[in-house]
Design a protein around this ligand. Structure first.
Ligand code: 3PG
Ligand code: MG
Length: 391
């Protein structure tokens, strides 16, 4: 990454504004997965060790510019305090005279957590005045919010205009991992894509780089339809149909191979206990729908993964939230975990799946950003990274 990082600054005696992505899942006020908080600890700890005072800021959920008490970052501040082993002072807002006064009194080693940035509509609007107010709290700006780096919001991108602006260690690590896939992969490089809709931009960009592309999950049915197959009531993305045809034609002409499911697990209803059967992709009845890849496909995909030196995986193979339709995703998670290849798992559902299935430790890198890692793999410049100072 050609951007400055926290290694290029001296935080001693400074107030450092650290934008993190602590948009964690909350159930009944309890954090059900604190991966994203843990992922930014190296950055926060390093800045504290070197004498900085930290103003930690994040969004949580999508409160749409209003104060929504259930989306307060207070439970996150509590967890952060436990993980850092020092007090974290929770603020009542992210701007305003009280916040300003409180941060002005901060000493080296102090940590304050601002309230949800998205309680203000100016955050998502990328408002300059709001960004300036946030910048006015600190001496240095650090972006460690990889999961939100694809958003050009006040705190993720605009603020960087007003302060020395550098990347945190998480943003650096994520960008380096994903850049390796795009720029200097080990070969063979195998990509596995799943999830609901075809990620055409990602597929197009990866087609230029991978040795094999495996497509499963909901998006596979649009490709099967593009081949002229009956897909019954399976999910179809009409808008992507023509592009899917083009991608298959390109693959047939000049490669790389795009491998679609050969068999699928179908059902009449995406519910636990609904009838299921495994059929060839040429035999999907008109009133059934695909819910997962079948056993032959699991084996074919696992084989491809086994032969890879580098694997990148984004998106589940089926409706894995329902146990009856989770086998495909489990098999891929297992294959990725078993392989000796360098493995990078995109954020969002596939990251949740790999953690939930207990394989998180066995992959090289699990991204903390879903949308952000997809846009990165699409070859797009992420505004949150672009805004930082060049090295
Ligand atoms: C996420 O979890 O996707 C990030 O925190 C960004 O949130 P957003 O999709 O609501 O912008
Ligand atoms: Mg998102």
């Amino acid at each position: 990454m050609n951007k400055k990082t926290i290694r290029d600054i001296d935080p001693k005696g400074k107030r450092v504004f650290v934008r993190v992505d602590f948009n964690v899942p909350l159930r009944g006020g309890e954090i059900s997965d604190d991966t994203r908080i843990r992922a930014s600890l190296p950055t926060l700890q390093d800045l504290l060790d070197r004498g900085g005072a930290l103003i930690v800021a994040s969004h949580l959920g999508r409160p749409d510019g209003k104060r929504v008490p259930e989306m307060s970052l207070a439970p996150v501040a509590k967890r952060l305090s436990e993980l850092l082993g020092r007090p974290v002072r929770m603020m009542d807002d992210c701007v305003g005279p009280e916040v300003k006064a409180a941060v002005a009194a901060m000493k080296p080693g102090d940590v304050a957590m601002l309230e949800n940035l998205r309680f203000h509509p100016d955050e998502e609007a990328g408002d300059e005045g709001f960004a300036k107010q946030l910048a006015g709290l600190a001496d240095i700006y650090v972006n460690d919010a990889f999961g939100t780096a694809h958003r050009a919001h006040a705190s993720t991108a605009v603020m960087a205009k007003f302060l020395p602006a550098v990347a945190g260690l998480l943003v650096e690590k994520e960008a380096e991992m994903l850049s390796r896939v795009l720029e200097s992969p080990e070969r063979p490089l195998v990509a596995i894509l799943g999830g609901l809709k075809p990620k055409i931009g990602v597929i197009t960009n990866l087609m230029k780089r991978v040795d094999t592309l495996l497509i499963g999950g909901g998006m596979a049915y649009t490709f099967l339809k593009a081949q002229g197959k009956e897909i019954g009531k399976s999910v179809l993305d009409e808008k992507s149909l023509d592009l899917a045809k083009q991608i298959l034609a390109q693959s047939a002409k000049s490669g790389p191979p795009v491998v679609l499911p050969m068999d699928v697990l179908i059902t009449t209803d995406l519910k636990e206990g609904a009838p299921t059967k495994v059929v060839s992709v040429d035999e999907i009845p008109a009133d059934w729908m695909g819910a997962d890849i079948g056993p032959e496909t699991r084996q074919r995909f696992a084989q491809a993964i086994k032969s890879a030196k580098m694997v990148v995986w984004n998106g589940p193979m089926g409706v894995f939230e329902i146990a009856a339709f989770a086998e495909g995703t489990r098999a891929i998670a297992q294959a990725v975990a078993d392989s000796a290849a360098m493995s990078i798992v995109g954020g969002g559902d596939s990251a949740a799946a790999i953690e939930q299935m207990g394989f998180g430790e066995k992959v090289t890198h699990v991204c903390t950003g879903g949308g952000a890692s997809l846009e990165f793999l699409e070859g797009k410049e992420l505004p949150g990274i672009a805004a930082l100072q060049d090295r």
